[in-house]
Design a protein around this ligand. Sequence first.
Ligand code: LCS
Length: 389
Amino acid sequence: MNQDKHFDTLQVHAGHQHDHLKAVNPPIYQTSTFAFEDADDGAACFAGENAGYIYTRLGNPTVRHLENAVAALEGGFGGIACGSGMGAVTSVYMAFLSAGSHIVSTDAVYGASRSVLEKHFSRFGVQSTFVDSSNLALVEAAIRPNTKLIYIETPANPTISITDIADCAVVAAKHGIKLVVDNTFCSPYLQQPLALGADIVLHSVTKFINGHADVVGGVIVTKTAEDHKLLYNVMTSMGPNMDPHQAWLVIRGLKTLSLRMEKAQANSQIIAEWLEAHPAVAWVRYPGLKSHPQYEIAQRQQSGPGAMISFGLKGGLAAGKKLMDSVKLAVLAVSLGGVETLIQHPASMTHAKVSSEAKLAAGITDDLVRYSVGIENVDDLIADLERGL
Ligand code: LCS
């Protein structure tokens, strides 16, 4: 596929290679292993002299299609698909951190991306510091001689705080550190971190890229061949690889990414403005509102505000609980980025494992309700919220 095509063309066609039957859609190569022509072919495959497939943990044609498609959409060298978003996050940590090294991360990063560092990587001597990465001075001040990664999630889950990717890239380059961006909330349709100077971009494809809340997965995209080789070796040795059936579902979802995102985003702007004007609502955080503290950065680095809204009610947590129990159309569930609207309470759900002090420091207040906007009719969604408020 020619990489000079537009996004909506690439999302349908990138990564596809016709098989001998010319199937329009990729077959699901549901096989764990691949036969060699003969012993020399097997040896050549293992030596990397022959590009043939060997074993599905090491590579599979259906999975490769997805890896190439997401890499094309992100404008990167290559993709690495994992069985979950956390498989992607931990593969990146494993590839670039070792005993005695240090990572600077966004304080409001997804709960497990933080707790895996604090509870598990710390056991192997990895140090981590979490800062409000929307403040570049705090990022730079946190850098130590042993810092190997700056890891940012923008917009962050669930505060929707936004970090300037290009500014962080300048700081990372100055200190010889890799910059990793979790681009889950925007998807490559709205934000392309590699073009802004990041080295690695990753996704929980469970969210907008698949978009149908029916599969879990992750994809990493690297800018360089060297980083791809390192990550590929780490991922395939440790084994958080994606299954071919998972990949096939994500490929199907990916083909409509821009259409889903446009509709969900249009709904979100209307809902965010409606919430902001509602007397029961204390605050709303949405990148499409001028009241968002990093509105200007969002305008610069995102081509749209996305479909995630956080808000708090004047009645605090009690009113938020009542809302979550009253809505009938929005589903009370974790996860995000699907065609259906979801509502949840991060402090007791997705970020429950993060300590109370860390949650508060990161702005994850007890009253914060997170709303993932789907593609339903916006009047129906507003009527549903109105009932709860
Ligand atoms: N990165 C971000 C920004 C996420 O929101 C999540 C999951 C992950 C990584 C991990 O991906 P997974 O392994 O779940 O595919 N976020 C979730 C959430 O907000 N609710 O449930 C999962």
